[in-house]
Design a protein around this ligand. Structure first.
Ligand SMILES: Cc1ncc(COP(=O)(O)O)c(C=O)c1O
Length: 445
């Protein structure tokens, strides 16, 4: 069974066994870190696909599966601490509620950004103190607010007057963060079209909160998911200072700034972090607590997915005298490749297994041989929109039974998969761990 948001403890135990097997098979002579990560992931992918005979296997045995390196998540946390020491991360559960990732992050002592009752419950069920959770959804379901109140999850965001009346009725002791609008035009997924108070309305909102005797303690913003312009963070911090001052003038004891998510895991992180840190130090004195809600930053690179070629169509062009192929995989945009639609991603297909040959981690240049063949890559459903790549080149003639893999598939993938056409939204995760620190925290060593 696939570990997922509803995975049982028994299923976790099975996954740990797999981790130990992979480690043992590789031996002790391997360096820890990114290099080991590749070796562990490669061994896990290879071990699994080599065990599947698509001519004989049971229904679904050849389903797509993930390999997750928890060591990668751990390294991202260390990188955060090094570059954004002042900002206490609250992982955005929505991005990937994988139970082992959550367990590791809980062990690392970070907080959690939850958007619904189910996410709050999942975190509380791990024994996490409710004070480590922020219910960061400015427009909440009433019964969920009651649930948060019953379970002591006090921190929550708001950005409009109706939400204040709702809070007064259901949870008057809540600790409120006023979410403000940002310029998120340079981000992949714009959030300010939907959430965030305009600065010309914040004074009225704060006055209403005061009249209702509510407890505003902070300001929150989100620069947009996949933010690419550091200047957006500077402007947001300046705006947050403006609203802090407004609130303090009304007598609120403001103690926390929430800088949201939007951080990427690529090389832009260090620049983004440096710009944000400087702005924070300029505008907010050290006694102000700073939290963040990173999602994709923590998990994007930790997950690799392997997909099976279930069908192939030969496309012969008589005019040009060329032959290309349409490959149909057992996962697509209605499944784990939902990130193509919802998150504007372009996952890169790579050959994992062609015939009897294993191709994991062969450099792209290895594909660039004179005998290239063009492919388009499709998902398994009936819909024409279900395309993963409209054109890519591989040297070998791939066929039914071969496998492709895609890296960087940890953010906004399986959490937004559907069961359209009757395909499963539950896929196995094989866990590996390339960092002994993470292994120790999870009791895997
Ligand atoms: C309120 C809130 N916080 C945090 C996040 C996580 O953003 P990211 O994955 O870009 O870090 C999101 C994403 O939608 C969000 O809506």
């Amino acid at each position: 069974m696939a570990p997922s948001a509803t995975t049982t403890t028994e299923a976790y135990t099975l996954s740990y066994d797999k981790i130990k097997c992979v480690d043992a098979a590789l031996g002790a002579a391997i360096d820890y870190g990114a290099g080991k990560s590749k070796q562990l992931i490669g061994a896990a992918l290879k071990g699994r696909v080599e065990a599947i005979d698509h001519d004989l296997c049971a229904v679904g045995d050849e389903d797509a599966f993930f390999v997750a390196d928890l060591g990668d998540v751990y390294r991202q946390h260390m990188r955060w601490k090094k570059n954004l020491a002042r900002v206490k991360p609250h992982y955005a559960v929505k991005c990937n509620p994988d139970p082992q990732v959550l367990r590791l992050l809980a062990e690392l002592g970070i907080g959690f950004d939850c958007a619904s009752k189910t996410e709050i419950e999942q975190i509380l069920n791990m024994g996490v103190d409710p004070a480590r959770i922020i219910y960061a959804q400015p427009c909440k379901t009433k019964s969920y607010v009651r649930y948060a109140a019953q379970h002591g999850v006090k921190q929550m965001t708001f950005d409009n007057a109706d939400e204040l009346y709702k809070t007064k009725q259901l949870f008057p002791d809540a600790e409120l963060y006023l979410r403000i609008l940002t310029d998120d035009s340079a981000s992949l997924c714009r959030l300010s079209q939907k959430f965030g108070a305009h600065l010309d309305g914040t004074a009225d909102l704060l006055a209403l909160a005061k009249n209702l005797d509510l407890n505003v303690v902070g300001v929150a913003f989100h620069a947009g998911s996949g933010a690419s312009d550091p200047k957006a963070f500077i402007k947001a911090v300046q705006d947050a200072r403006f609203v802090f001052d407004q609130a303090e003038a009304l007598g609120f004891k403001m103690h926390t700034l929430d800088v949201g998510g939007g951080f990427n895991s690529d090389h832009t992180f260090e620049t983004m972090a440096a710009v944000l840190s400087e702005a924070l130090d300029v505008y907010f004195p050290p006694e102000v607590r700073i939290i963040g809600e990173p999602g994709r930053y923590y998990v994007a690179t930790a997950f690799t997915i392997a997909c099976h070629v279930i069908a192939r169509r030969t496309v012969a062009d008589a005019t040009l005298g060329t032959t290309s192929y349409m490959l149909y995989l057992n996962d697509g945009v209605y499944g784990n490749f939902s990130n193509i639609i919802f998150d504007h991603q372009h996952p890169i297909p790579r050959v994992l297994k062609a015939g009897d040959g294993m191709w994991y981690d062969v450099r792209r240049s290895g594909y660039e041989t004179p005998s290239q063949t063009e492919y388009s890559i499709w998902g398994p459903t009936c819909d024409g929109i279900d395309v993963i790549s409209s054109s890519c080149m591989f040297p070998d003639v791939l066929d039914v039974g071969d496998w492709l893999y895609f890296e960087d598939m940890g953010a906004y993938t399986k959490c937004s998969a559907t069961r359209f056409n009757g395909f499963t939204d539950s896929h196995d995760v094989v866990y590996v761990c390339s960092e002994p620190g993470a292994g120790a925290l999870l009791g895997m060593l």
